[in-house]
Design a protein around this ligand. Structure first.
Ligand SMILES: [Zn+2]
Ligand SMILES: [Zn+2]
Length: 169
């Protein structure tokens, strides 16, 4: 059995960071509005719990979370939006699109424009600035789709399959 040591270390670090942030929010909640602080606490607890299950999975030799569908699945019921990416200087980069989660203040996935004109980038770009929801397909629970809450006529943007193990943890 080979363990993904790099990913284990990274996840442990991330979990520690969230735990420290949670302690800070709990103790210093005077800085936040009460309901905001409660919401943040719940989100952090959710992330810590997920990482705990993910670490158990990794320590059993499990595979690493995949960019795309696995990340979409972690932000169900959150408020997502499509935005242009930024370069290191903080300038808008129109060659990159971010699927941004406003609930978590975090990048869910990034999509880069390729010279061979990849359709995924164009499909996402059509919904720039729109509010997006990740929705699981009913018939196939491994499949998750990005749907637009703004474009009622044609809401489906992209669908992808989640990792085999994802539902088990
Ligand atoms: Zn989120
Ligand atoms: Zn749209």
């Amino acid at each position: 059995m080979t363990l993904d040591i790099e990913e284990i270390k990274l996840s442990e670090k991330l979990q520690k960071m969230y735990k420290e942030f949670l302690i800070y929010v709990e103790q210093e909640n005077v800085e936040f509005e009460r309901t905001e602080s409660k919401k943040l606490e719940l989100q952090l607890k959710e992330k810590i719990q997920w990482l705990k299950r993910y670490l158990v999975h990794l320590e059993k030799g499990g595979k690493r979370i995949q960019a795309g569908a696995d990340y979409w699945a972690q932000h169900q019921n959150h408020k997502l939006i499509i935005e242009y990416g930024e370069d290191e200087q903080g300038n808008i980069d129109q060659e990159i699109l971010f699927l941004w989660c406003e609930t978590c203040s975090d990048i869910v996935s990034s999509h880069i424009k390729k010279s061979d004109g990849n359709r995924e980038f164009e499909k996402i770009k059509n919904h720039l600035g729109h509010e997006i929801s990740p929705v699981r397909e009913v018939q196939n629970n491994k499949k998750i789709c990005l749907t637009c809450n703004h474009c009622m006529d044609n809401p489906l943007i992209l669908c992808n399959e989640m990792s085999e193990w994802f539902n088990e943890i």
